[in-house]
Design a protein around this ligand. Sequence first.
Ligand SMILES: Nc1ncnc2c1ncn2[C@@H]1O[C@H](COP(=O)(O)OP(=O)(O)O)[C@@H](O)[C@H]1O
Ligand SMILES: O=C(O)C1=C[C@@H](OP(=O)(O)O)[C@@H](O)[C@H](O)C1
Ligand SMILES: [Mg+2]
Length: 189
Amino acid sequence: MADTARHNRARLKRTVVLVGMMGAGKTAVGRALAARLGVAFRDSDQEIEAAANMTIAEIFARDGEPFFRRKESQVIGRLLDGVPCILSTGGGAFLSEANREMISNRGVSVWLDASLDLLWSRVRHKDTRPLLRTADPKGALTALFEARVPVYRLADLSVATQPDYSIDDTAGRVLEALATRPDILEPLS
Ligand SMILES: Nc1ncnc2c1ncn2[C@@H]1O[C@H](COP(=O)(O)OP(=O)(O)O)[C@@H](O)[C@H]1O
Ligand SMILES: O=C(O)C1=C[C@@H](OP(=O)(O)O)[C@@H](O)[C@H](O)C1
Ligand SMILES: [Mg+2]
């Protein structure tokens, strides 16, 4: 394969689960990270949308958030049972203790840590996220940020994202964090 040389010479031993707020870059960085490692990329929201043939917003509107959360847990459990991959989750997934336990037993969690200002700059122009479809989306994002950050701190690893980092820069920083853990990323000679 022409691009094999681009792949870091390392074997992924556990599924890397990206967690963090909406707009942190879990989907975008996860895809870039998977390409760099030469492993599959999965996104729990995309899996749920494909299975339902509906958008996340449609699922929330028709079936409600508790239904979505059950689907999210099922997808995460199923993907953690498979070959190690990069799995980007939706921002609420890590809030569930049962999900955190599955991830910690079978994968490794990486928190993409971003400031509230950066998150808001990324999500403000999109209306795809049902939890922000309120009269005060910035207030909703702020409340979620304050409630969730203490939980994201429970992740195994954290990587700071900054406004001047590209998607690929951030993927590189996640790789650096993973490289400190040979039980997750085994170097190949
Ligand atoms: N490091 C980055 N630099 C520039 N844009 C980014 C970066 N990370 C994410 N983005 C952009 O921000 C938006 C939200 O990213 P996304 O990956 O959907 O976040 P999440 O899955 O965490 O909600 C997307 O438009 C994405 O392209
Ligand atoms: O924070 C949340 O609870 C959610 C985040 C979204 O995913 P992203 O974090 O990828 O935007 C999506 O799962 C859904 O809208 C709920
Ligand atoms: Mg996403």
